[in-house]
Design a protein around this ligand. Structure first.
Ligand SMILES: C[S@@+](CC[C@H](N)C(=O)[O-])C[C@H]1O[C@@H](n2cnc3c(N)ncnc32)[C@H](O)[C@@H]1O
Length: 373
């Protein structure tokens, strides 16, 4: 007997789970690989990998027709609001009598998520696989109520220019987008220091890397009416949210928003300033520093001559080492467990300034108590 795949997302391949016919899979690709159908993922790296594997993949499910699948899988995510948005979409595209498969790990709280879903659907779930600290449960698409999608609140943002002019505006958020419930304390620290850091001579071009709702780029565009901003993020939900904010605030002429993964080449012409609250991916206590390290490696190319970066992070994160490869790093401020770093891009590219000292080498995965993405 061959050993069963212990990756939690592979439980959907266990015997007697998938039926004949195409499947739509939210947050995974393995079942689509096995049966055909459509994978749905907002993450650009996974989207590109699925495309490269010649799978049909969408960054969101809005184009999929009502009742077009007899089976749909939803993988539980850290964000409940994002998971229940996917579940509501899964219900919409399921045919009457079709199966809804919901899978997730104990670490992400699959038991309580299943309980909530069962209550909303008014059904008793059938557990069809339960191993590797994860489970898959089955529900049937009936005529009863569907999952209830969550909305996320708007929040009020503000920034005060160095001449004392105060600006206030409303930010829209979306399920799954970073700081969907309120402004992150690290984000707040960078915003509070931005006007003083820039001083009286605003840069011409600013890039907000890992933009989430678009808060940094939008704040800069409101503060400096001449500046051009580019906002990039690897999550299509963040891109949709940032684009909606930019359009609602009437900034579309000066602010553009692009779906970009940290491992891709930087886009367009060089920038004078990069604003960054770097991503990290958390699996239990393990934090994957890979996306942040890839982002830092791209900074030298994003920035032009004399370009600068303003980077905010948890105080525990060892970013000075990898950022030091791009240029000199200075600690500007620290508060509430966060630090604000200033980076000045060196004239010479990373790797051409001698050997790294051992303490500056970073592994791609470490244990830190932090937030995720
Ligand atoms: C800590 S959040 C900061 C969001 C926003 N700047 C703020 O301060 O509210 C990091 C952002 O990086 C994005 N991100 C994660 N992995 C990424 C990757 N591989 N490439 C590009 N962006 C990524 C996430 O979607 C998230 O919006």
């Amino acid at each position: 007997m061959t050993r069963r795949d212990r990756r939690p997302e592979a439980l959907v391949l266990d015997e007697d789970i998938l039926r004949e016919g195409a499947v739509c899979e939210f947050g995974g690709e393995l079942a689509v690989e096995a049966c055909g159908g459509v994978a749905v993922t907002p993450w650009r790296d996974r989207f590109r990998a699925a495309e490269a594997a010649e799978l049909t993949v969408k960054s969101d499910s809005s184009e999929l027709e009502d009742a077009s699948f007899s089976q749909v899988i939803v993988h539980l995510q850290k964000s409940r609001a994002a998971t229940f948005t996917d579940l509501a979409e899964a219900w919409r595209i399921l045919q009457p009598g079709g199966q809804l498969l919901f899978c997730g790990t104990n670490a992400l709280g699959v038991t309580s998520a299943v309980k909530r879903l069962a209550k909303e659907l008014d059904q008793t779930p059938i557990i069809i696989s339960n191993r590797a600290r994860a489970r898959v449960v089955r529900f049937k698409r009936g005529d009863g109520p569907g999952p209830e999608p969550e909305t996320t609140p708007t929040y009020e943002a503000s920034i005060t220019a160095i001449d004392g002019t105060h600006h206030e505006w409303t930010m829209e958020t979306r399920p799954g987008v970073f700081s969907a419930k309120k402004l992150d304390a690290g984000t707040e620290l960078l915003l509070a220091c931005l006007p003083g850091y820039i001083g009286h001579k605003p840069p011409k071009r600013i890039v907000d890397i890992g933009c989430g709702t678009g808060i940094f780029g939008i704040a800069a565009a409101i503060l400096y009416p001449e500046v051009e901003c580019l906002l990039v993020d690897g999550d299509a939900r963040a891109i949709a949210c940032a684009r909606a904010n930019v359009a609602r605030l009437g900034l579309s002429e000066r602010v553009t928003v692009e779906w970009w993964d940290a491992r891709e080449q930087p886009l367009g012409d060089r920038f004078n300033l990069a604003l960054v609250n770097p991503p990290f991916h958390q699996q239990g206590a393990d934090v994957d520093l890979g996306p942040a390290l890839a982002l830092f490696a791209s900074l030298w190319t994003w920035l032009g001559r004399n370009g600068r970066g303003l980077i905010v992070a948890n105080q525990t994160l060892p970013w000075e080492g990898p950022l030091g490869e791009v240029g000199p790093v200075e600690l500007l401020d620290s508060t509430k467990g966060y630090k604000l770093l200033s980076l000045k891009r060196s004239a010479r590219p990373p790797g051409s300034r001698g050997r790294k000292s051992p303490d500056k080498r970073s592994s791609g995965s470490m244990k830190f108590p932090t937030r995720s993405r």
